[in-house]
Design a protein. Sequence first.
Length: 185
Amino acid sequence: MGEAPEGWRAVATSEAGLSREIEHLIAPSVEEQGYSIVRVQLMGQKEIRLQVMIERRDLAPMQVEDCAGVSRAISLVLDAADPIRGAYALEVSSPGIDRPLTREGDFDRFAGLQARIEMTRAVEGRKRFRGTLLGIENGIVRMDVDGTERRLPFADIGRAKLVVTDELLAAAEERPQQENGTCYE
């Protein structure tokens, strides 16, 4: 694969920076209501969508009402700060079963489950890894990839998410059922 066009990198960097700014703006309101932000992501070119993925701090199952309440609170903050130029759709959702892994604690919390990780920099000559999470120590994610432990710097992870497997499905069945919590504004 070749390098991405230079213009693409500039857009991606600016979107990532704006996503971080928005996360910083809305975090106090989200946390005040008893939730944690899993991910904030701007998507789309013509029709902009702001996705805010949340989970309950007590890790109880999410309901549509949870997303609706957080969506209303976020809307107030975003309307006042107006960080996004033009029209956009706000989507507040739960992370789902094949959730992204965005915080260091996620790698300990989901140790023993399969994950897919894409690095921003090559580690041992590769950027993509799939294997069993072993946890995290001092900012280094440990992962069993085909019987070999790989050590991946958390700071260099571009994307990471759980992989749907029988083990993940069994773990999900042990938890109470939750509704698909997605709300659009």
